[in-house]
Write a protein of this length. Structure first.
Length: 94
């Protein structure tokens, strides 16, 4: 079995769908005025929306960073599998 994309559980952020128990911190942001008015008119919760999207971006960046840092090991493992097969290759019946 070759490794294509991997990311250990320790790097995964809490799902954006789960409520975080972490304390909230105030942040000052600059947002386009028209966009802000439209969001308020549509009852879009800015804090929740930003937090969910930011969690997605952080998770993606962490995965990318992990892959970059571990690319040599993944490539070495994949070369080994191509050359020697997997440890259970002689035991498989499929």
């Amino acid at each position: 079995m070759r490794i294509g994309v991997a990311c250990p559980k320790c790097l995964l952020m809490k799902s954006a769908n789960r409520k975080s128990s972490a304390s909230k911190k105030p942040a000052n942001l600059s947002i386009d005025g028209e966009l802000l008015r439209a969001a308020k008119k549509l009852d879009i919760n800015l804090s929740q929306t930003l937090e969910e999207r930011l969690a997605e971006l952080v998770k993606t960046a962490q995965r990318r960073q992990w892959l970059e840092e571990n690319r040599p090991a993944i490539d070495a493992y994949n070369r080994r599998v191509e050359q020697r097969g997997v440890f259970s290759q002689g035991l498989r019946r499929f």
